[in-house]
Design a protein around this ligand. Structure first.
Ligand code: A2P
Length: 302
C-alpha cells in the first residue's frame, strides 16, 4: 500500500524507497533486511555507497520475487567514460539479473585513472575533471541509452542535474530517451519547486534524496514540521516524508535503525493547507538552503 508513480517507461515506482548513502560496512545489509521486512519494495543504492553487494545479498535472501521490487543503482563521475563495464560490475556486485533504474550520479566526468578512486584531484588541489570536449555527461547518457537494449536496465535517469543541463540533454539529437527520473536533494529547506515542475513538465519523475536533511536530520526539529506532527500524532519524519509524497515526488529516507525504517513508511495524507505550509518553511528561515554538498562543492555543477 505504498503509493506509486508511473514512470515514462510505463513502470510503476514506489513513492517511498530506502536511501542507503552512508549505509555500508554491514549497515547496507542490515537496513535493507529491515526495510524489506517492514514492507519497503524500493531500495536506492549506488556504486559510490560501497554497499551494492550488501544490498543485493539482502534482496536475494529475502525470497521476495524480484519483479515485486524496484532497485536503483548509480554510476560515479570517475566511471562516466566506462558505462558498460561499470554497469556490469554493479550488476555483479548486486547479484541481480537487472536493475529497475540506473542513474548518472553527477553530471561531470572525472579522471578514471586519477589519484583517487572517488575524488581525483590535480596537483593544485582542484578536482581532476575530464575536458568536456573529450567526454561529457552527454556522451555518458548516450552510452546509458545503449544499456536499455540489454534488458538488464529497465530505465535510465539522472541525478544532481540543474535545469540547464537537462535542457541541454533533451536538446541533443542523439538523446532519444527522456530520463525516467531526476534524483536531487529535496526537503522543506530546499523544495526546488521550479526544477521539480520543469522535470514533471518533461515527463521526468523526481526523487528526493536527504529528505530529512541528512546527517543529524535537522528537518525533524523544524517548528512547523513538529507542530504538524503533533497535530497528526506521528513522528516528524512521517510529516517530511508525507510532504514529499503529497508534492508527487519519490522520497528516499535513509536509516540504519529498524524502528526508524519502519516508522518512515507510515505515511499520512496531508491536506493541501498543510502541504503548502511546509512549502513555505524555507521562506521563514531566510530562503532555500542546501544541506548536502559533495566534497568538492556544488558550484561545479550549478
Ligand atoms: P540513522 O541512520 O542513524 O537512523 P536523510 O534521509 O535525510 O538522509 O536523513 C537520514 C538521517 O536521519 C540519518 O542520520 C538517520 O539516522 C536519521 N533518521 C532517519 N529516520 C529517522 C527517524 N524516523 N527519526 C529520527 N532520525 C531519523
Amino acid at each position: 500500500n505504498i503509493p506509486t508513480i508511473k514512470l515514462n517507461t510505463g513502470a510503476l515506482i514506489p513513492q517511498v524507497g530506502l536511501g542507503t548513502w552512508q549505509s555500508a560496512d554491514g549497515d547496507g545489509y542490515k537496513s535493507t533486511v529491515e526495510a524489506l521486512k517492514a514492507g519497503y519494495t524500493h531500495i536506492d543504492s549506488a556504486m559510490f555507497y560501497r554497499n551494492e553487494a550488501e544490498v543485493g545479498k539482502a534482496i536475494r535472501e529475502s525470497g521476495i520475487p524480484r519483479e515485486k521490487l524496484f532497485i536503483t543503482t548509480k554510476i560515479w563521475p570517475t566511471d562516466l567514460q566506462y558505462v558498460e563495464e561499470t554497469f556490469n560490475k554493479s550488476i555483479e556486485l548486486l547479484g541481480l539479473d537487472y536493475v529497475d533504474l540506473y542513474l548518472m550520479h553527477w553530471p561531470v566526468a572525472m579522471n578514471h585513472n586519477g589519484n583517487d578512486r572517488w575524488y581525483p584531484t590535480r596537483p593544485d588541489g582542484s578536482i581532476d575533471i575530464v575536458d568536456p570536449k573529450e567526454w561529457s555527461y552527454l556522451d555518458t547518457y548516450k552510452e546509458m541509452q545503449k544499456l536499455l537494449k540489454t534488458g538488464k536496465v529497465k530505465a535510465i535517469g539522472i541525478s544532481n542535474f540543474n535545469k540547464e543541463r537537462i535542457e541541454k540533454l533533451l536538446a541533443d539529437p542523439e538523446v532519444t530517451v527522456v530520463p525516467a527520473v531526476e534524483q536531487i536533494e529535496l526537503h522543506p529547506l530546499l523544495p526546488q519547486q521550479e526544477l521539480v515542475d520543469y522535470c514533471h513538465s518533461k515527463g521526468i519523475a523526481v526523487e528526493a534524496y536527504s529528505p530529512l536533511g541528512s546527517t543529524g536530520a535537522p528537518i525533524l526539529s523544524n517548528e512547523t514540521i513538529v507542530k504538524i506532527a503533533k497535530k497528526r500524532g506521528v513522528n516528524p519524519a512521517v510529516i517530511a516524508i508525507s510532504w514529499a509524497v503529497w508534492r508527487k515526488t519519490i522520497v528516499l529516507p535513509k536509516s540504519t535503525h529498524a524502528e526508524r525504517i519502519k516508522a518512515n513508511l507510515q505515511l499520512v495524507e496531508l491536506t493541501d493547507e498543510e502541504g503548502k505550509e511546509i512549502d513555505n518553511i524555507h521562506k521563514l528561515l531566510g530562503g532555500p538552503k542546501r544541506l548536502v554538498d559533495p566534497k568538492w562543492g556544488i558550484k561545479l555543477f550549478d
